[in-house]
Design a protein around this ligand. Structure first.
Ligand code: FAD
Ligand code: NAD
Length: 466
């Protein structure tokens, strides 16, 4: 039996980052992972492979459709080698997961492969390759999440698939029907649309990315429609049936009439659910809520004081960087420090092109809370940088307090806004006003100038370039 200061269960961005921070703080740390590779959902079947495919498919589309306007002529047809695209994606994943092995070694963290199962509040058995029993002063549960489905859908992983299968297709679908117009549906929908698939998105709500600002939903819908994606909003899916080659989705449209969609693949992307199977939570006496999330207090402690839980398996946004922040926070709490996370300032990004990025409150949330606010918006198309690159879709929208001018929310659609949102996060962490942003110099020509202009619009309604 081995004894540790901390045993972390799950090696996703929550778990492995937490293990590193524990080790940095001088704790004897073990990391338990049931799969052979480290990195969890994010590195193996999430953030990294999806971004690799988004980048590859973007190059394919640019070469097919957009190089000519730059005076670049391609002789002969542009053809797709999907197997090679997937091989590159797998290479990117494997380089990235090997990087975590290196980090574990560097920080002298013991990595044990096998399913971690609590025997009691102080003992965890590792069942698998590195079978053994561990005791620890503290445990950090970082077991993440799995794709959710609807009760009447059978995911056969052949015709009816989740994001995991969609990241490793051996052919481009002829018609990909996507249930759920959230982040996964839109990112992977755009990949296969660019590669030539007909793509139909069936969404329950009256807009896509329904948790983001309404202006972003509208702009992204407009752009994706131009790219050929079809949207069926306010549609309630009733059934999905599949045979060897075909899948049929039945739904009720907003008038309550039955409609059918037939495709060769159906991607179910209606959210994800916390994963705690096989963990032995009952034996440790750790409580979960009605959604299956491990219950935690503000310090991410479960009802058993020395057992913590972080990331997708607890409440809050299911995002890699949220899991990482929580991993660091728990390590520092255990070390006796007083860390804090401002959950309002965890940015959200959709990596379609144009990208979509947000931080703080949406206009809908401010209205619902009865907060008096000012709003300023600036279109990307008015920037010299956008015209130079040809990326003219999108805008930056800034919401600030009507009295104090403090930034309350920043919402963007456009080229590279996944990176631009960091400026807004920084400003909001320092409780800047819209005027503060408006008075800072932004390099010309950059997409960031849209942030300054939207801030000018929010502050005194005096943008310079529109
Ligand atoms: P996970 O990454 O899910 O890791 C949990 C780990 O625990 C897994 O490796 C699992 O095998 C292991 N485990 C579970 N039970 C046990 C056990 N009993 N014993 C041992 N090991 C166990 N987020 C972003 O911020 N940006 C993105 O661009 C992004 N893209 C995504 C794309 C897709 C297609 C998907 C599906 C998700 C994406 N996400 C993205 C979400 C992101 O992947 C998750 O929020 C993140 O991985 C959560 O981290 P985690 O550490 O909580 O859990
Ligand atoms: P999501 O919550 O983003 O979107 C689910 C969508 O499905 C919503 O629009 C919802 O209204 C819709 N929906 C729910 N039930 C439905 C039904 N019965 N019929 C039709 N539509 C229905 O979930 P997701 O896209 O599956 O992604 C899961 C998680 O993974 C998200 O929480 C997200 O944070 C994370 N993720 C993040 C990124 C990123 O940060 N870029 C990328 C991919 C995934």
């Amino acid at each position: 039996m081995s004894n540790y200061d901390v045993v972390v269960i799950g090696s996703g961005p929550g778990g492995y980052v937490s293990a590193i921070r524990c080790a940095q703080l001088g704790m004897k740390t073990a990391l338990v992972e049931k799969y052979d590779t480290l990195g969890g959902t994010c590195l193996n079947v999430g953030c990294i492979p999806s971004k690799a495919l988004l980048d590859s498919s973007h190059h394919f589309e640019d070469t097919q459709k957009h190089l000519e306007e730059h005076g670049i002529e391609v002789q002969g047809p542009v053809t797709l080698n999907l197997a090679k695209m997937m091989e590159r994606k797998s290479g990117v994943v494997s380089q990235t997961t090997k990087g975590i092995d290196f980090l574990m070694d560097k920080n002298k963290i013991d990595v044990l492969h096998g399913v971690g199962e609590f025997e009691d509040q102080n003992t965890l058995t590792v069942n698998g390759k590195d079978k053994q029993t561990l005791t620890a002063k503290h445990f950090i549960i970082a077991t993440g999440s799995k794709p959710a489905s609807l009760p009447f859908i059978e995911i056969d992983k052949k015709r009816v698939i989740t994001s995991t299968e969609a990241l490793s297709m051996t052919e481009v679908p002829k018609h990909l029907v996507i249930i759920g117009g959230g982040v996964i549906g839109l990112e992977l929908g755009q990949v296969y649309r660019r590669l030539g698939a007909e793509v139909s998105v069936v969404e329950y709500m009256d807009r896509i990315i329904p948790t983001m600002d309404g202006a972003q939903s509208k702009e992204l819908t407009k752009v994706l429609k131009k790219q050929g994606v079809k949207f069926f909003l306010s549609h309630q899916v009733q059934g999905v049936s599949a045979d060897k080659n075909e899948v049929t989705i039945t739904a009720l449209d907003k008038k309550g009439q039955e409609v059918q969609f037939t495709g060769d693949y159906c991607l179910v992307s209606v959210g994800r659910k916390p994963y705690t199977e096989g963990l032995g939570l009952d034996k440790a006496g750790v409580a979960v809520n009605e959604r299956g999330q491990i219950q935690v207090n503000d310090h991410l402690q479960t009802n058993i004081g020395h057992i913590y839980a972080i990331g997708d398996v607890v409440r809050g946004a299911m995002l890699a960087h949220k899991a990482e922040e929580e991993g660091v926070m728990v390590a520092e709490l255990i070390a006796g420090q007083k860390p804090h996370i401002n959950y309002n300032l965890i940015p959200g990004v959709v990596y379609t092109w144009p990208e979509v990025a947000s931080v703080g409150q949406t206009e809908e949330q401010l209205k619902a809370a009865g907060v008096a606010y000012k709003s300023g918006q600036f279109p990307m198309r008015a920037l010299g940088r956008s015209r130079a690159s040809g990326d003219v879709d999108g805008f930056v929208k800034i919401l600030s307090d009507a009295q104090t001018d403090e930034l309350l929310g920043v919402h963007m659609v456009g080229a590279r806004v996944a990176d631009l949102i960091a400026e807004a996060v920084t400003a909001m962490e320092f409780r800047a006003s819209a005027e503060d942003l408006a008075r800072m110099s932004h390099a010309h020509p950059t997409y960031a100038e849209a942030v300054k202009e939207a801030a000018l619009a929010a502050t005194e309604n005096r943008p310079l370039h529109i």
